[in-house]
Ligand binder design. Structure first.
Ligand SMILES: *Cc1c(COP(=O)(O)O)cnc(C)c1O
Length: 399
């Protein structure tokens, strides 16, 4: 029997930098300064520079980053926020956490990302923002989303929790909209050794508001006054120090992911395994290696019995999750079709070529017929999106 191939394996990654990680731990215990402080400020400056923005605020996790972004923009009850139907549940939770209403849009069948057209069609007089989720690591078409944002006057928030280092027309995720939100959950491309997150922006006023909201509504000049009703969503010094150790390696690790994704793609040419299209304007961070297969659960079971662990991101679109059933969203045919066919294959920077080839051979042997999602979903989506555009209450039709 072959050895197991996990979905994500951080053993080799952490072994590679073990001495540096230990040294960071000692640096933090030497200062006994565990929340905020110089090490947090250092990482914030490094992450702002990496993302090409003026400001970064380290926060407790990615969900907090999204909530704080919405709250800092003054979004709350009565407001609508446009979100993809298929994303991690945190994107939606952040919207309801501030009292606003998530409005689902369906995704492009080739990329499984939202489009400017679909967002435009979902805008109403109550829309306050759109959250563009760079799902699986590929940036959304931010030219199109920013155009909609400017045209109708809504904020553009990036959920870049899977897109560390990904680019759109050469500019990094996190600096492509009004506010970028990152998670440094351990398995993300840049992962802490616990929960951590960050907000990035070129708007210093927003950054200051988020910094205050994340620290009980305090402002530095009046530490005894709580100006805003805030939270405890601060970043730990230890996590910041560990992230500073990992950051110089991120681009190399992302290049390794790209080599793996490219090798999968080559394997799947002329096979019954469909891959997700990457726009020529995008460089993906390849957070996940998602393919589309017919009889997904059976294929998944077959891989599992050979020791190949896979994931499904995500098995149930957010608008169909029990937690959000009361919102009564419209059907989302592409997201719903995709949810039945998507399968996330093992990908992590230290995955070997032998492992990639073994996964590819195994899934090619198991996947017999091509999944019809490309064609089927495209026709359904076109029908739906043209009826949505016709029904759009506020706007002239996009060209
Ligand atoms: C991981 C993730 C989040 C949430 O991040 P946490 O740090 O776990 O709160 C949000 N959105 C997406 C798309 C994610 O993948």
């Amino acid at each position: 029997m072959h050895a197991e191939i996990p979905l994500v394996d951080l053993d080799a990654l952490h072994a590679e930098i073990a001495a540096e990680l230990n040294e960071a731990w000692h640096r933090v215990t030497a200062t006994n300064h565990f929340v905020g402080g110089a090490l947090v400020e250092k990482f914030e400056a490094e992450w702002a520079a990496y993302c090409g923005v003026s400001d970064c605020v380290g926060v407790s996790d990615g969900t907090a980053a999204l909530k704080l972004a919405l709250q800092a923009l003054g979004i709350g009850p009565g407001d609508e926020v446009i979100v993809p139907a298929n994303t991690f549940i945190a994107t939606w939770e952040a919207v309801t956490a501030v009292g606003a209403r998530p409005v689902a849009v369906d995704v492009d069948p080739a990329t499984l990302l939202i489009t400017g057209e679909a967002v435009m069609a979902a805008v109403t007089s109550r829309t306050a923002a759109v959250i563009a989720v760079h799902l699986y690591g590929q940036p959304v078409d931010m030219d199109a989303i920013n155009n909609v944002g400017r045209r109708v006057g809504i904020a553009v928030i990036e959920d870049a929790a899977q897109a560390h280092g990904a680019t759109w027309r050469g500019r990094r995720a996190g600096g492509l909209g009004d506010i970028g939100c990152f998670s440094f959950y351990p398995s993300k491309n840049l992962g802490a050794l616990g929960d951590a997150g960050a907000v990035t922006t070129n708007r210093t006023d927003i950054a200051e508001r988020i910094r205050s909201l994340s620290n009980h509504g305090r402002i530095p000049t009046l530490p005894d006054r709580h100006i805003l009703q805030g939270h405890n969503h601060r970043l730990d010094a230890l996590q910041a120090a560990l992230l500073s150790v990992k950051l110089p390696h991120l681009d190399r690790w992302n290049r390794a992911r790209t080599r793996i994704a490219d090798r999968y793609r080559e394997h799947f040419l002329d096979s019954a395994v469909d891959t997700i299209a990457i726009s020529p304007a995008a460089v993906s961070s390849h957070h996940l290696a998602v393919v589309l297969v017919d009889d997904r659960d059976e294929v998944r079971h077959g891989l599992n019995s050979q020791g190949i662990r896979t994931g499904v991101h995500y098995a149930v679109p957010c608008h169909l999750q029990p937690a959000f059933a009361a919102l009564q969203q419209a059907p989302m045919p592409v997201a719903e079709l995709a949810a039945d066919c998507i399968l996330s294959l093992p990908i992590f920077p230290h995955m070997t070529t032998t492992q990639v080839d073994r996964v590819a051979a195994a899934i090619k042997a198991l996947a017999q017929t091509r999944v019809p999602i490309g064609a089927a979903a495209a026709s359904v989506a076109t029908a739906i999106s043209s009826s949505m555009v016709a029904a759009s209450p506020l706007l002239e039709q996009p060209k």
